[in-house]
Design a protein around this ligand. Structure first.
Ligand code: UDP
Ligand code: MG
Length: 308
C-alpha cells in the first residue's frame, strides 16, 4: 500500500488543529488504497498547539510530529516536515483548512497516473500577488505560476529534489518551481480561515517577496551596473556641454541649483546601489554561517525512520 504523508506547519493553531485532523482523517478513511500519515511541525507555538498534537499522537500512531525550540518561521517548518516525510507521496498544506482537502484525491489520482510528478494548487490571485509574480518572472529565470501557493502534493523524487536545495534562506514556492518536473496545477477557491488569525504582517509579506527576488535572481545587481553606466555617460555629456558653454560665454557664477541636484541625485543612486549590494552580501553572510534551519526540541519520530 502506498504511503501518503501530510506535512503541516503549525504555529499557534490550537483551536484549528482538532478540526483539521478530523476533516483529514475522514478524507483519508475514504481513500482506502493509501495509508495516510501526518507530520505536524510545531513551529515554536506559544499556545497549546504542542499539547493538541501530542494528544492526537497518543490516540493515532499515524500522527508524527517535530516540535521546534522556538518560532523559526513557516519556511523552516516546511523544511523540517519534508525532511521527515518518507511516504511515496507527500502533501504539504496549511493547518487552517484554507487549503481545501477535497483536492487531495484528485491530486493523488494525477500522480498515480504517472503523468505528473507533482500537483500544485493555485488560486485567483489578488492584485499585489499578481504584481509580485509578474515582477519576479521578469527578473528571474525561475518562473512562478501566478496564484501558486505552497499547497502541493508531491512524488518522492520531487520531495527529494527539493531537499537537495539546502539553502538557509528558503523561498519554498520558488524552490518548487526551480526543481522543474511535470507539475499539474489545480484551481481552487481559498476557504476563509475558520479559527485563529493569519500569522503574517504586511512587512513580513514584503520581506518574503524580496526574498523571492534576490534569492533567485541577480538582475538587481545588473540594474545597479547599468544605471551606474548610464549616469556616467550623462555626467560626461554634461561636462562637455558645460566646458563648451564656458569657453563660449565665459564663466557664469550661478550654478548652485544644478550642483545641488546632481550631488543629491548621485548620492541617492550610490546609497541605493550600496543597499542592493548589501542585500546580497547579507544573504552570503547568512548562508556562509551554515546554521541549522531549525532546532527541534521534541519529536516522536525515531531516527531510523527518518533516514529511510
Ligand atoms: N505558520 C508557521 N510558522 C509561522 C507562521 C505560520 O508554521 O511562523 C503556519 C501556520 O500555522 C499555517 C501556515 O503556516 O499552518 C500558514 O499560515 P497563515 O494561515 O497564518 O498564513 P496565510 O494563510 O495568511 O498565508
Ligand atoms: Mg492561512
Amino acid at each position: 500500500m502506498k504511503i501518503v504523508d501530510i506535512v503541516v506547519p503549525a504555529y499557534n493553531e490550537e483551536e484549528g488543529l482538532p478540526e483539521f485532523y478530523k476533516v483529514l482523517k475522514k478524507l483519508s478513511d475514504s481513500l482506502s488504497e493509501f495509508e495516510f500519515r501526518f507530520v505536524f511541525v510545531n513551529d515554536g507555538s506559544s499556545d497549546r498547539t504542542l499539547d493538541v498534537i501530542k494528544d492526537l499522537a497518543s490516540r493515532d500512531s499515524m500522527v508524527r510530529y517535530i516540535s521546534f525550540s522556538r518560532n523559526f518561521g513557516k519556511e523552516a517548518a516546511i523544511y523540517a516536515g519534508l525532511q521527515h516525510s518518507v511516504g511515496d507521496y507527500t502533501v504539504l498544506m496549511d493547518a487552517d483548512l484554507q487549503h481545501p482537502p477535497e483536492l487531495i484525491p484528485e491530486m493523488l489520482k494525477a500522480l498515480e497516473s504517472g503523468e505528473w510528478d507533482a500537483c500544485g494548487a493555485k488560486r485567483r490571485s489578488g492584485t499585489m500577488s499578481r504584481l509580485f509574480t509578474s515582477v519576479n518572472n521578469k527578473m528571474s529565470t525561475v518562473k512562478l505560476q501566478p496564484g501558486a501557493t505552497d499547497y502541493m502534493c508531491m512524488s518522492r523524487k520531487f520531495v527529494e529534489a527539493v531537499m537537495m536545495l539546502s539553502e538557509r534562506q528558503r523561498f519554498t514556492k520558488g524552490l518548487f518551481a526551480w526543481v522543474g518536473f511535470r507539475v499539474k496545477w489545480f484551481d481552487y477557491v481559498q476557504n476563509p480561515r475558520t479559527q485563529g488569525t493569519s500569522k503574517w504582517k504586511f512587512r513580513q509579506l514584503l520581506a518574503y517577496a524580496m526574498d523571492g527576488i534576490s534569492g533567485f535572481s541577480t538582475i538587481p545587481l545588473k540594474l545597479v551596473t547599468w544605471s551606474g553606466a548610464i549616469i556616467c555617460l550623462l555626467a560626461i555629456l554634461y561636462i562637455i556641454i558645460t566646458l563648451i558653454k564656458t569657453l563660449i560665454c565665459g564663466i557664469d557664477v550661478p550654478g548652485y541649483v544644478t550642483t545641488l541636484v546632481i550631488i543629491l541625485f548621485l548620492g541617492g543612486v550610490v546609497l541605493l546601489s550600496v543597499g542592493i549590494l548589501g542585500d546580497y552580501i547579507g544573504r552570503i553572510f547568512l548562508e556562509i554561517k551554515n546554521r541549522p534551519l531549525y532546532i527541534a526540541e521534541s519529536t516522536n519520530i525515531e531516527e531510523e525512520t527518518k533516514d529511510r
